[in-house]
Design a protein around this ligand. Structure first.
Ligand code: UDP
Length: 469
């Protein structure tokens, strides 16, 4: 290990573009500001064209290595995403060890950064004598819940959904039981046990980097950063918002060309992240609600799934032609005000465009941060994972989102959708959310700039890692 070599960091994202994007941004800063080199270690389940293409765009100081596939034939087909990720992560430990050992002998490996489903591998970094930190691609509210989970598990005797009173976490908005993180909703499902397993591992990290910033969650930040320094859990560093940069090279897409022709702040962008799907009926109601609102929209449509709203999470694409599921005549009737694209849109470019005035989102945390950093107010439509908790925070604490009310069967009807869309784009509620998100946009930029809270947090961590050379 030549002393002249740059410090090296190994980064392990769990599958999903929403985990890869923020870690890549973080790695880019470590490279440009602190002169690190980095290796991304990716799981075989993340092997798809979108991931490969994305990794190939990173600077040359960041390389990547893919882990071999692990057998999953014994995992029940109905196992949740969280269960699958956890099993893949544990079964990949021997291969992760090989990669880290190799990096230890060929580079100045100083630190290992694993995201929140991959902390089982900390023991390997500990053996190798390098730093081991965790990255949370979501927020401080989620981290607070995970820190409190062992206590909640021991003290709450009924399923969380049956709680009459909302769950009160320090520094967070009250969370009604039915809106808790999806893998915690059913205690008899394996994924509940896995979340308890991970909650224990969170305490083993030497530090936890979170993709949020102080002004976004001021009360949680106060609670977690003070508590961490006092030693009740590892130090917590809000280093966000780490969001993907707009692509410099890709040809201007159809979406951007279409937005170029729309008036300023007039278009609602509608998208459910890299894998969220609606039921067939809900997709139809949404389309008709958009039409009824009379507002302009850019609608990313994925084929409906009547089983699981996260079923395409790993593939980021849909099986059949999604547009065939839209209501009869919808495309023709709305062609002057709406653009419908199948499966995927260049989201960050869309949110950065002047014509975009609102974002109907599943409240995935990357989407949320992207909307905030571009000053776009939201309609919160959570589907799975921690998205319902994010929606509560966005509506009640950050106050940058409006929410439709569901009918008795849990579906959002077209009238309600049209109402909330009009309110966001033209009403007083939308105006307030827009003003507030503009404040947060400025706060996000300030947090990342030299002297800002996120800059300082990352500075502390990077210097600690470098000091170990
Ligand atoms: N994304 C995109 N185009 C799409 C859908 C998603 O570029 O059509 C990007 C989006 O900008 C974000 C990420 O994929 O960076 C989705 O992450 P998020 O945490 O919002 O949701 P997830 O996909 O993890 O549910």
């Amino acid at each position: 290990r030549g002393a002249g070599l740059r410090p090296h960091i190994a980064v392990l994202p769990t599958p999903g573009m929403g985990h890869l994007f923020p870690l890549a941004e973080l790695a880019k800063i470590l490279v440009s500001r602190y002169h690190f080199t980095a290796t991304f270690i990716t799981f075989a389940v993340s092997e798809n064209k979108a991931t490969r293409d994305f990794l190939s765009t990173l600077p040359s100081a960041i390389s990547s290595v893919s882990l071999p596939a692990v057998p999953l034939d014994d995992v029940p087909p109905d196992a949740t995403i969280e269960t699958r990720m956890s099993i893949v992560s544990i079964r990949s430990l021997p291969a992760i060890r090989d990669v880290l050992q190799e990096l230890r002998s060929t580079t100045n490996l100083v630190a290992f950064l694993a995201d929140f489903f991959a902390a089982d591998s900390f023991c390997i970094a500990r053996e190798l004598g390098i730093f081991y930190y965790m990255f949370i691609p979501t927020n401080l509210q989620f981290l607070t819940l995970m820190f409190e989970l062992p206590t909640l598990h021991a003290t709450v005797k009924c399923p969380f959904q049956e709680l009459v009173e909302p769950i009160k976490l320090p520094g967070c908005v009250p969370i009604p039981g039915p809106q808790i993180l999806t893998p915690l909703r059913n205690r008899s499902n394996d994924c509940y046990r896995w979340m308890l397993h991970h909650a224990d591992l969170y305490h083993q990290a030497q530090g936890i980097l979170v993709n949020s910033f102080v002004a976004m969650e001021p009360r949680s930040a106060k609670h977690l950063t003070a508590g961490g320094r006092a030693g009740s859990h590892p130090p917590v560093y809000p280093v966000g918002p780490m969001i993907q940069s707009p692509s410099a090279t890709s040809p201007t897409s159809l979406c951007i060309k279409w937005l170029d022709e729309q008036p300023q702040c007039s278009v609602l962008f509608v998208s459910f992240g890299s894998g969220g799907t609606l039921t067939r009926r809900q997709l139809g109601e949404l389309a008709l609600g958009l039409e009824q609102s009379g507002q302009r929209f850019l609608f990313v449509v994925r084929s409906p799934s009547d089983e699981d709203s996260s079923s395409t999470y790993f593939t980021a694409s849909t099986r059949e032609n999604p547009l065939s599921y839209l209501p009869e005549g919808f495309l023709e009737r709305t062609k002057d005000v709406g653009l419908v694209v199948p499966s995927w849109a260049p989201q960050i470019e869309v949110l950065s465009h002047d014509a975009t005035g609102g974002f109907l989102s599943h409240c995935g945390w990357n989407s949320t941060l992207e909307s905030v950093s571009r000053g776009v107010p939201m309609i919160a439509w959570p589907l799975f994972a921690e998205q319902s908790m994010n929606a509560l925070m966005l509506e009640n604490a950050a106050r940058i989102a409006l929410r439709p009310k569901a009918g008795d069967d849990g579906t959002f009807g077209r009238e309600e959708i049209a109402r909330v869309v009009r309110e966001l784009m033209e009403g007083d509620g939308g105006k307030e959310a827009r003003n507030r998100v503009k404040e947060l946009k400025a706060a996000a930029a300030a947090a990342l700039a030299e002297g800002g809270s996120s800059y300082a947090a990352l500075d502390e961590v990077a210097n600690k890692w470098k000091g170990s050379l």
